[in-house]
Design a protein around this ligand. Structure first.
Ligand code: MGD
Ligand code: MGD
Ligand code: SF4
Ligand code: MO
Length: 775
């Protein structure tokens, strides 16, 4: 018998005691340091170094992994990678240590009479295939679902899409990037008609100002932040941290401006108001390259099952837009955003100064937002009105979180509405997919089905009877797990989970499949700056652990789709990438060939005539521009980017008498999401052994709360008990508490709300109302 829960807890406890390295000192300020591990590598060490992207964040640093006698023994930064120029952060340096973890999943486990039984992998895959077939036969194609990840490789995402949409014929495929990047995608599509940022990391070397809109780059994108700090030291570039909480990023910035949650919508409009009032609009840019639109308002929060919403955009003119902005004077907005009129004017003046180059960065503060699409649009408005876009050092830059949120989730398109090129609702896109996949076009359904939250609601309702979860840990990471855990435990749904370690999600699985980790399989990832990176398999997997792509292929073959999956076990990564590349031929999205990716530390798409395109839509750099002008927003039929009229609307749940605090959630530098990997790396686990709840010192004082005391946090959905943290890592504003979500023993997502942006369907983990009491 295998008791994953006790094993896991014991293991994590033991590790905290055993760990010898004291990491705390090297943690400050959470950026880059020469790791103990790297210092320990003798210069003459006879290691075989292989290159690849880091396993963790969307920065996509290049790493070199040193192997000896078939074992990975060291990691260092790739000096040839333009992303990180040889640097790594603390997670980067120590990543390979998790694969040595004693409780690594090495065999398939099948639940029999309530107990997990070690089972030969081929037998477990037989069972998965037969359960999938059984569900389809009994309840139809839309009774089976797959939930994957922005950490899946490009081949994994591609095969998942081909399997579900092309072979079976259901759009029941979505991924955890819905919890993360969906608002960025709908923001790009509505403003520009094409996904992903126009600029690249080289912008950092040219910008005079960096404005971060509610993200914490010192901890979440540390290597990029260190590049910003370098420019600050070298050229006096300035960092302005605009957020709802004081973090390490704020303290390392030149100026920190705090605002009330949700009021970023009003503040972005106030900045545009000021830009117009002061005559800072770049008139010729706006006339030539922009149009104006408005959409529906009071659009709801997606709290009911089967919630549907379609926007109805309407063209407007500049005068109407200007009239709309009258409600957003700095004086009016200052009252509810709690940002001073002076600070609003200060920000507007930076964006408005034609001689200053400005890059805006954001991540989850703007995407995990019930008006996530809108706030993305509103920040684009600022850059469009001033023409500060698509030029070195000038541009809005939406950062991705996961290592292949762009490459896999967005480009391959592991979302219910997506295909590798385009969307399921478009007949031409379906025809193209059908042709490359060699399936009848009627097989690919033209209607999207379930986005992430709705997929788990469908499991709860009994509408999904089979779900396969891969490279994600939803029972820690979904909002309102207090509903979705019981849903996954129901007998009406057969649950398959592929992971590297036991987790709270494998705990509810009927079949657990042992996956190969990052360097044990080859693959490709795509980072925040549209850079595709390839790596080869570097070490063997333990036991029967197998690459995810291969497990999908094995199951698809067992279901009778052998002809559609003719790949070889040895070269499937390369064969699949070559097939996938056909979807993206052409100047707007061409992908680099494998030979280039094998040699170089990645290439940025559009890869045209043997060259990466660093700045899209700017005719100087982008060969796809074809209107004869200096800029061409070719994602839109009229070649113009859209300036959107979007109002401020409140959050669905706000502090009140019964639940008087805002709850904000997020991350810390040491841990990766649900902690399944980083809590198995001794140096990281020891540096940050458990979650906590941060208070503003004034709130702590008035409630009589002291550091380390246990506090129970309760919302209308559930509760969670954690030790209080005052004046330690971060500092929430008064009336707000903050909790990181990495700790599976303190499940804050039992408390969060599953409301989402009606356009992107991305949940808002940053805001709900809670009460706090001493436990
Ligand atoms: N160490 C580490 N790095 C990571 C990850 C990790 O798990 N660990 N995960 C990666 C992933 S997948 C992601 S998505 C990124 C996340 O990267 P970030 O977005 O930087 O991090 P979070 O901690 O999720 O979000 C914190 C921020 O949300 C802001 N916020 C709260 N409410 C609001 C609001 O109403 N409006 C605005 N504009 N901001 C608000 C707060 O100011 C706070 O600073 O990190 C990536 N990098
Ligand atoms: N409260 C709160 N919740 C949040 C957020 C928040 O800000 N606040 N942020 C949301 C965001 S932005 C994100 S991106 C999600 C992330 O949430 P998840 O994706 O659920 O979190 P991870 O810990 O990254 O889960 C990845 C899992 O894949 C496993 N794994 C690693 N490598 C492989 C592999 O090669 N194959 C397989 N099969 N498995 C592998 C790991 O062990 C781990 O269990 O969380 C979301 N949830
Ligand atoms: S910044 Fe991100 S990609 Fe770079 S080493 Fe750290 S976790 Fe890896
Ligand atoms: Mo994310």
């Amino acid at each position: 018998m295998y008791d994953s829960l006790t094993n896991r807890r014991n293991f994590i406890k033991k590790m905290a005691m055993l760990s010898a390295i004291t990491a705390a000192a090297s943690m400050f300020p959470g950026i880059v340091f020469a790791s103990e591990q790297e210092k320990g590598i003798p210069d003459n060490a006879n290691l075989d170094w292989k290159k690849g992207p880091c396993r963790f964040c969307g920065v996509g640093c290049g790493i070199l992994v040193g192997t000896e006698n078939g074992k990975a023994v060291a990691v260092k930064g790739d000096p040839n990678s333009s992303v990180n120029k040889g640097l790594l952060c603390v997670k980067g340096y120590h990543q390979i240590m998790c694969i040595q973890s004693k409780d690594r999943l090495k065999t398939a486990l099948v639940k029999k009479n309530g107990k997990y039984v070690e089972t030969p992998l081929s037998e477990a895959l037989d069972l998965v295939a037969s359960k999938m077939k059984e569900s389809i036969a009994q309840n139809g194609k839309d009774s089976v679902a797959m939930y994957t990840s922005g950490q899946s490789t490009i081949p994994e995402g591609y095969i998942a899409s081909k399997f579900m949409k092309g072979a079976i014929g259901t759009n029941n495929l979505d991924c955890n990037a819905r919890l993360c990047m969906a608002s960025a995608v709908t923001g790009f599509l509505t403003s520009f008609g094409a996904d992903e940022p126009m600029g690249c990391y080289e912008d950092i070397d040219h910008a005079d100002y960096f404005v971060t809109w509610g993200n914490n780059m010192a901890e979440m994108h540390p290597v990029l932040f260190s590049r910003m700090l370098e420019q600050k030291a070298k050229r006096g570039a300035k960092i302005i941290d605009f957020a709802t909480r004081t973090t390490r990023s704020s303290t390392a910035s030149d100026k920190s401006i705090l605002f009330e949650p949700q009021t970023d919508l009003a503040l972005a409009n106030a900045i545009c108001y000021e830009i117009i009032q002061n005559g800072w609009v770049n008139k010729s840019f706006v006339e030539k390259h922009c149009s104006f639109s408005k959409g529906l308002t009071n659009i709801g929060y997606g709290l009911e099952d089967n919630f549907q919403f379609t926007d109805k955009p309407e063209k407007i003119d500049f005068e109407a837009y200007k009239e709309f902005l009258k409600d957003y004077s700095p004086e009016k907005v200052s009252k509810y955003s709690k940002v001073s009129v002076k600070d609003i004017k200060y920000l507007a003046a930076i964006y408005g100064d034609p001689n200053k180059k400005v890059v805006s960065y954001w991540c989850m503060g703007m995407n995990q937002h019930t008006r996530g699409t809108w706030i993305n649009n509103l920040v684009y408005n600022i850059h469009l009105l001033t023409g500060k876009i698509s030029q070195p050092g000038n541009g809005p830059f939406s950062l991705t979180g996961q290592p292949s949120a762009c490459g896999t989730a967005r480009e391959v398109g592991t979302f219910t509405h997506k295909l590798p090129h385009g969307v399921v609702t478009n007949e031409k896109d379906r025809e193209m997919a059908a042709k490359i996949w060699k399936v009848p076009v009627e097989r690919i359904p033209s209607k999207p089905t379930y986005h992430a939250t709705e997929m788990f609601r469908a499991v709860d309702r009994g509408d999904i009877n089979f779900i396969w979860v891969q490279a994600t840990n939803p029972l820690v990471s979904l909002p309102k797990t207090s509903r979705y855990r019981p849903a996954m435990e129901k007998k009406s749904c057969f649950v398959v989970v592929s992971d590297v370690f036991p987790t709270p999600t494998t705990d509810v699985a009927d079949v657990i499949l042992p996956a190969s980790w990052h360097i044990e399989k080859g693959g490709l990832y795509g980072n925040s700056e549209r850079r595709t990176q390839y790596w080869q398999k570097m070490v063997e997997s333990p036991g029967e652990a197998t690459p995810d792509t291969w497990m999908f292929i094995e199951v698809a073959r067992r279901m009778g789709f052998e002809d559609l999956f003719p790949y070889s076990k040895e070269n499937h990564v390369e064969e699949i990438y070559n097939e996938y590349r056909q979807f993206h031929e052409g100047a707007k999205h061409g992908m680099a060939p494998l030979e280039v990716l094998k040699k170089e530390s990645g290439a940025i798409w559009p890869y045209v005539n043997g060259k990466s395109t660093q700045w899209r839509y700017n005719a100087k750099y982008d060969p796809a521009c074809s209107n004869g002008e200096d800029f061409h927003f070719y994602g839109k039929p009229d070649g113009k980017a859209v300036i959107w009229q979007r109002p401020f609307e409140d959050a669905p749940e706000k502090p009140d008498q019964e639940y008087p605090f805002w709850l904000n959630t997020g991350r810390v530098v040491e841990h990766w999401h649900t902690g399944s990997m980083t809590r198995r790396i001794p140096v990281l686990h020891q540096a940050m052994p458990n979650a906590y709840v941060e208070f503003h010192p004034d709130d702590a004082k008035s409630l009589g709360i002291r550091n380390g005391k246990n506090i129970k946090i309760t919302s209308r959905r559930g509760s969670c008990t954690l030790p209080a943290s005052i004046n330690e890592r971060g500092l929430p504003t008064k009336g707000q508490v903050f909790v990181p979500f990495f700790d599976e023993n303190m499940l804050i997502n039992d408390v969060t709300l599953d409301s989402f942006c009606p356009i992107s369907k991305e949940p808002d983990y940053k805001k709900c109302a809670v009460k706090v009491e001493r436990a």
